[in-house]
Design a protein. Structure first.
Length: 118
């Protein structure tokens, strides 16, 4: 089993930055990729960014390209999401997720709230 714990959310003004962290524990050797997703009030959960453990495959949603950067530290079994130039529409609960097969995210963290004020 893989357990995920997010941290780093909070309240920030538009144009500001936040860095989210996700610590993975348990059987992390089975993890193929890690991703960040978000869910805003009254909206579906959506993909934000992903990275595989080699770091060679990185993907971003169009809405965050050029503003967000995903990275990982394999020694710490951690994944990060650096969020710059934040906009009010980035307000959401951000979830860290792990995939043991490509595209199949089946382990989720509890989520961390990000609120961007205008």
């Amino acid at each position: 089993q893989v357990q995920l714990a997010e941290s780093g959310g909070g309240l920030v003004q538009a144009g500001g930055s936040l860095r989210l962290s996700c610590a993975a524990s348990g059987r992390t050797s089975n993890v193929y990729a890690m991703g960040w997703f978000r869910q805003a009030p009254r909206k579906e959960r959506e993909f934000v960014a992903s990275i595989n453990w080699s770091g060679l495959s990185i993907y971003y949603a169009d809405s965050v390209k050029g503003r967000f950067t995903i990275s990982r530290d394999n020694a710490k079994s951690a994944v990060y999401l650096q969020m710059n130039s934040l906009k009010p529409e980035d307000t959401a609960v951000y979830y860290c997720a792990a995939a043991r097969m490509p595209g199949n995210y089946d382990k989720w963290g509890q989520g961390t709230q990000v609120t961007v004020s205008s």
